[in-house]
Design a protein around this ligand. Structure first.
Ligand code: HEM
Length: 204
């Protein structure tokens, strides 16, 4: 096997770091708006709202680019968790993250041109990109244009379920991000996978 292999195309890397920067910006400004305290603002309230709305609209653009580029290049296939034995492979991977990695056991999956992701990554990335992000983007868009929300729902203000969905999806995304960054350190070296997401080259 070659010592290093070019696995992550330039467009994926540009999308990935743009997406990460926008989501971090949305996280900081979203927290400023949600836990607003005039005495102790993380970011000034009015400014936080403006940055949050702008970054949100940009994130929708980045997301549409991601979906279209995935279809055009065929890269979407990497995100599909593939049988047979998918549950077994997810379990093996989870066991390795939970125990094997601390015992120095070999990684159960080696990224390759044919299969970028291990089974757990495929399921997680698919769910985040095709379930969680649409929920957060659509609820954010309705929040931005509240005239599209129903006036009332089950006797409550119609925006309440939208607000709740947006908030819970944001918490889930933040939890994903924490685990994503931690699991990113479990390559052959702590920096191996971060380096790959910058240069595109996976070092075996
Ligand atoms: C500071 C924030 C972030 C850091 C440091 C980071 C780091 C990484 C690293 C090291 C990888 C390579 C590991 C792998 O192939 O699984 C990766 C890949 C990936 N990350 Fe992130 N990430 C961040 C934010 C995000 C966010 C917010 C999302 C989605 C909402 C995301 C989605 C992805 C996806 C889909 C891949 C696979 C890309 C590919 O190879 O096709 N990342 N990230």
């Amino acid at each position: 096997m070659a010592e290093r292999e070019y696995l992550v195309a330039l467009w994926i890397r540009i999308w990935h770091w743009t997406n990460a920067a926008l989501i971090l910006t949305l996280g900081v400004t979203g927290m400023s708006v949600h836990f607003a305290d005039p005495a102790l603002p993380l970011v000034n309230f009015a400014l936080a709202v403006r940055i949050h709305n702008t970054a949100g609209v940009l994130l929708i653009g980045a997301y549409l680019f991601f979906v279209v580029a995935n279809i055009v290049t065929g890269n979407w296939w990497h995100f599909v968790p593939k049988p047979p034995g998918i549950l077994q492979r997810i379990l093996e991977q989870a066991m390795w993250y939970g125990m094997g990695v601390f015992r120095g056991e070999p990684h159960p999956h080696e990224p390759s041109k044919e299969e970028h992701f291990n089974a757990l990554q495929a399921v997680t990335y698919w769910s985040v990109m095709y379930l969680l992000l649409p929920v957060i983007l659509i609820s954010g868009l309705i929040y931005l244009y509240p005239e599209f929300a129903p006036d009332t729902l089950f006797g409550f203000d119609g925006l309440l379920p939208v607000a709740l969905t947006h908030y819970l999806a944001a918490v889930a995304l933040l939890l994903f991000l924490l685990s994503h960054i931690y699991l990113g350190t479990t390559g052959k070296t702590v920096g191996q996978m971060f380096k790959m997401m910058i240069t595109g080259w996976h070092e075996h």
